[in-house]
Design a protein. Structure first.
Lengths: 110, 371
């Protein structure tokens, strides 16, 4: 039997977008911050996955970025959520709550 | 002793051991292949290069200026593989489809004897082209030349495969951008072997060369139907159905313009010969040259829109927009064929054609008399 980690690999992958929207909502972050925020969680990921995903979210106008000069090295892209992205996040959050509540209720045997 | 290679990562110079350079190049190559369909490919690759550069910088200090192979392999391990988007909802062209190969009948000019109908049929039916040609020749004899006419019509109605997607569809092969990229890369690897020594000092220029090579390769592949079509605009060819209709239009408008030209020639020369147009004699006080000018203007006005439609149809069929005069030649061919048909099968027409020489002689005398 696969471990829970393996069992939900696909689920985590699908939810990564949701997790990123959650991170960029309310604050402006650069890719290093996103990776650091995800690292201790089950959603831990790498640049190779994150950059294509951020580019897709930007194309869908859910996030946007601006260049910010950094103390050392070249300027960095700082990402923030857009209005459309915030709406999407609310929608996903509500759906996720419904899933989660359903599972709780099933377990409680009601 | 390791060779050290200086590269340019997103604008900053870095020195790498040769195996580190090879590993990095392989990683970026895989990333580019994975992102081949991605409209933001260039930007993502730049971001990835920047991230690699940042990670490399962490290993460097004033006393250490070269990134080792182990360090590069750690960096690449941290970066993780670049994945194409799982739910490929990137905008796609009309010909791209995920529902497997979309087999369609195209003319294939590669290895064609005439217009590529037999090669196209062979690819479509997945049989050897020699068999198709043999059957075509036998059918040609049995039907007494009618197959030739069908062939001529099919030449216009069946679009020729102009892009690599269409070429793949003609063979019923799944068209996969990554496969095409791989082919381009193999091609490049072969070409670059001879010159790699000089190129290696600059990774960026090599990548640029790769890109140009791959573009040139794809361009030449997309344009092979055009002969040397360097001047052709890089326009996307029209869709299959559009081109079928354009092919029917090309045949129809060619026939119409040919008929109009024949009618014009008949009117022009019968007027010179008999002084009447289709049984109608112009009033005596109108000079003959004016009647001829009016006939010519009327012909030009009536035929111009049909000619324009004909040229537009040909342009759509052939996929290039500069006139090559081929459509005009085809109209002439239709007229010659009509003349031959008249000669062979219609006795009155035969008489008319036999008189044509006399009519022309008459025309020459008429012109002389005008002066």
């Amino acid at each position: 039997m696969p471990s829970a980690d393996e069992q939900f690999a696909g689920l985590r992958k699908g939810l990564l977008e949701f997790a990123i929207l959650a991170i960029v909502s309310g604050r402006t972050v650069y890719v290093g911050d996103i990776l650091a925020a995800l690292a201790p969680t089950p959603f831990t990921t790498q640049e190779g996955t994150l950059y294509p995903l951020l580019s897709k979210l930007r194309r869908e106008e859910l996030v946007d970025y601006q260049w910010v000069e950094s103390g050392q090295g070249p300027p960095r892209k700082y990402y923030q959520i857009t209005e459309k992205g915030a709406e999407r996040l609310t929608e996903l959050t509500e759906y996720w709550r419904r899933l989660s509540t359903t599972l709780d209720e099933l377990q409680a045997g009601r | 002793m390791e060779r050290v290679i200086t590269i340019n990562l997103n604008g900053n110079p870095y020195q790498l051991e040769e195996p580190a350079y090879d590993a990095l190049r392989a990683y970026v190559g895989r990333a580019e292949a994975a992102l081949a369909d991605n409209p933001d490919k260039a930007e993502i690759v730049r971001d990835l290069e920047q991230a690699i550069a940042d990670k490399c910088a962490a290993y460097l200090n004033p006393g250490k200026s070269v990134v080792s192979a182990e360090e590069m392999s750690t960096v690449i391990g941290e970066m993780g593989p670049v994945e194409a988007e799982a739910n490929g909802d990137a905008p796609r062209g009309e010909s791209a489809s995920d529902d497997g190969p979309n087999k369609r009948l195209y003319r294939i000019r590669d290895g064609a004897w005439i217009a590529g109908i037999c090669t196209g049929l062979a690819a479509y039916l997945n049989v050897d082209v020699a068999i198709v040609r043999l059957i075509a020749v036998i059918l040609g004899f049995i039907t007494g030349g009618w197959l030739l006419l069908i062939y001529l019509i099919a030449m216009f109605i069946i679009p020729s495969a102009q892009t690599s997607e269409e070429w793949a569809a003609a063979h019923g092969l799944p068209f996969n951008t990554q496969e095409v990229i791989e082919r381009a890369k193999r091609e490049y690897a072969r070409v670059s072997e001879d010159i790699s020594r000089d190129f290696r000092s600059s990774w960026r220029s090599q990548r640029r060369a790769w890109r140009e090579q791959s573009h040139a390769w794809r361009r030449s592949f997309a344009n092979w139907d055009h002969g040397g079509g360097a001047a052709a605009p890089p326009a996307k060819p029209a869709g299959y159905v559009t081109r079928v209709f354009a092919g029917i239009g090309a045949v129809a408008f060619s026939l119409i313009t040919a008929a109009l030209l024949i009618a014009f020639l008949l009117a022009f020369f019968t007027f010179i010969d008999t002084g009447a147009i289709l049984g109608w004699t112009p009033p005596g006080d109108v000079p003959g040259w004016l009647v001829l000018v009016v006939i010519a203007i009327a012909y030009a006005a009536i035929s111009a829109p049909f000619s324009a439609l004909r040229r537009a149809s040909y342009a759509t069929v052939s996929g290039h927009y500069q006139g090559h005069g081929a459509d005009g030649l085809i109209v002439l061919a239709i007229i010659v064929a009509a003349a031959w048909f008249t000669w062979a099968y219609i006795p009155e027409g035969r008489e008319l054609l036999e008189q044509a020489f006399a009519v022309l002689a008459h025309f020459v005398t008429y012109m002389r008399n005008l002066n």
